[in-house]
Write a protein that binds this ligand. Structure first.
Ligand code: FAD
Length: 540
């Protein structure tokens, strides 16, 4: 692979040809626009940007916004001919630097491809363009009594194409699956501009599964311009359950056995002791005033945008004061808590009487959902789990989007926060949790919850926060380096649903070994000039 470098003459030729092909209004070279597309929603991007000029990712040379597939093909052909890097861009909600223009070039905004093309209510298949906004997609399905079943907390600010490209997971993945389970067909513009369509069939033995080749390819193999997704009948009942168990091991056992014996809760969330403190004792778990969607199972109304009134460090300080009366945390300022992550990590690992909160939701046809909930109720009773009633689960449901958008408050409080989602088999889950927690604890305050559970394993979602002082970028890098090394060492996957982007490329190479060469050869065959999203997935 050669690694495309965009020369000034190639760029100006490209801008001229793109204006001719798409119309001048679809090609934007203004600094303000390029600045708006320079980063995604990753801590990597935020920290680089806050560190000042030159410390963040480079600007793209232009932002191009076609409105249809022919327009995308025109852009790709021009970029291919002139050897200009091309970065597909959905809504920019990625958290791994996947849209960074590491070698400049063209950022290809796909939000203009926003049509739902076909709804097959017999086969429950929906074909839509890649740039459809996630929430608008779900709303359109809800009006027909359907649901996509894919509810990432970024649903309001991500696209269907971005879901597929980054191989995401919604919060109800235990019931509905990850996005790769939903993809029935893809339409992809290859790096030379050719449009290919994968066959839309229920199952197949006709060679490799082409959908899986492009799902998770993060723009390095081509541009996804449309997807056919398997959708579901909207549930008519939703049930909420919460329990507290004394230890993580007992709680994980309850989840594992429930799934392996056939229950399919929609949401599964199990919090470690610190996360339990924050969620359950900080006020978040107190039932909120009824939200419009409480108990409404259609999926039509989604939780409102909640005010970001409390910062995580402030809440952490308040929570620790309330939860640890015997420890003198009173005098510790919020920043001091974050400055001593090892101390707080140690304290919260040994708080007497703090168990682990488990939240489950069930949904579907009433007879089936009720039977599943009854079955898990019985397993929980057998394990002497303390029944916390529907409250904590209902409250999580109402806050399920807002809780992910509190990052700016953390930055305002002088800290940074990031998240890391990994997955492994049940028999290795405990070791993975311990190893990653230990690695992150050296650099940051760490908490974790377990979600996205399956009969054969589960993902762990770590949240870590540390002061955003002058060494923030170095500390952030060190935390990721050590944590990913622990993940690779444990034989777990380096990302369950956020993808790889720029952030985890090296770890992907390390975890795949010779398989990464297969990916590199596939990339070289399809994209010999390395124009498609260079630098991502550990390539080039
Ligand atoms: C607050 C918050 C909460 C989040 N919660 C979740 C969650 O619950 N579950 C989850 O899975 N993710 C979550 N994410 C991560 C992110 O929203 C997802 O990765 C999402 O799928 C990205 O979609 P996007 O349209 O914004 O893609 P972008 O961020 O624009 O792009 C992501 C990657 O895909 C490539 N790409 C985008 N569109 C295409 C296309 N059409 N063809 C080829 N390549 C393309 C880009 O080049 C980039 O590499 C969260 C992010 C935030 C900020």
């Amino acid at each position: 692979m050669t690694g495309a470098v965009a020369s000034p003459s190639a760029l100006s030729a490209a801008a001229r040809r793109l204006r001719e092909a798409l119309g001048a209004e679809r090609v934007d070279e203004r600094a303000v626009t390029r600045e708006a597309y320079v980063r995604d929603l990753s801590a990597l991007g935020h920290l680089g940007w806050r560190a000042g000029p030159g410390a963040g990712p480079p600007l793209p040379d232009m932002v191009v916004s076609p409105k249809d597939v022919a327009g995308v093909q025109a852009v790709v052909r021009i970029a291919h001919e002139l050897r200009i890097p091309l970065i597909p861009y959905g809504a920019g909600s990625g958290v791994c630097g996947g849209t960074f223009a590491v070698r400049g070039g063209i950022t290809l905004d796909l939000k203009g491809l926003d049509r739902i093309l076909e709804v097959d209510e017999t086969s429950l298949l929906v074909r839509c363009e890649a740039g459809v906004n996630g929430q608008l997609f779900e709303d359109a399905l809800a009006r027909r009594g359907l649901t996509c079943g894919h509810f990432p907390s970024s649903i309001t600010c991500s696209t269907v194409g971005g879901w597929v490209a980054a191989r995401g997971a919604g919060q109800l993945s235990t019931r509905y699956g990850k996005v790769e389970d939903m993809v029935a067909g893809l339409e992809v513009v290859l790096p030379d501009g050719t449009l290919v369509r994968t066959p839309v069939v229920p199952r197949s033995a006709a060679g490799p599964d082409w959908n899986l080749v492009f799902t998770g390819s993060e723009g390095v193999l081509g541009v996804i311009v449309a997807a056919t997704l398997r959708v579901f009948r909207a549930p008519t009942l939703r049930l909420f359950r919460s329990w507290e168990l004394p230890t993580l091991g007992e709680a994980l056992d309850l989840v594992r056995v429930s799934l392996q014996r056939g229950a399919r809760p929609a949401a599964v969330r199990l919090y470690d002791p610190l996360d339990t403190l924050l969620v359950a004792k900080s006020g978040d778990a107190k039932p909120l005033p009824a939200a419009p969607d409480a108990g409404a199972p259609t999926g039509e109304a989604i939780a409102p945008w909640w005010p970001l009134s409390r910062t995580t460090p402030a809440r952490l300080a308040a929570t620790l004061r309330a939860a640890l009366p015997e420890v003198d945390v009173k005098g510790l300022a919020e920043r001091a808590i974050l400055s001593h992550p090892q101390l707080v990590n140690r304290l919260t690992g040994t708080i007497p009487g703090v168990g682990c909160l488990l939240i489950l939701t069930f949904e579907g046809e009433p007879e089936l959902a009720e039977a599943e909930a009854r079955f898990v109720d019985r397993l929980a009773r057998e394990r002497k789990a303390v029944d916390r009633g529907p409250g904590p689960a209902e409250t999580w449901w109402r806050n399920k989007i807002a809780v992910s958008f509190k990052q700016s408050g953390v930055y305002e409080a002088g800290a940074f926060v990031d998240t890391m989602e990994v997955a492994t088999r049940w028999d290795k889950l405990d070791a993975l949790h311990t190893a990653v927690r230990k690695a992150l604890s050296l650099h940051a305050l760490v908490m974790a919850h377990f979600s996205h559970a399956y009969p054969d394993g589960c993902s762990i979602y770590f949240t870590f926060a540390a002061p955003a002082g002058p060494d923030a970028q170095a500390r952030h890098r060190a935390a990721w380096r050590d944590a990913l090394a622990a993940v690779v060492e444990q034989g777990a996957c380096v990302s369950h649903h956020h993808g790889i982007g720029l952030l985890k490329g090296e770890a992907l190479r390390a975890s795949l070994g010779p398989l990464h060469d297969v990916l590199a050869r596939l990339k070289a065959a399809l994209d010999p000039h390395d124009i498609m999203n260079p630098g991502k997935l550990g390539l080039s």
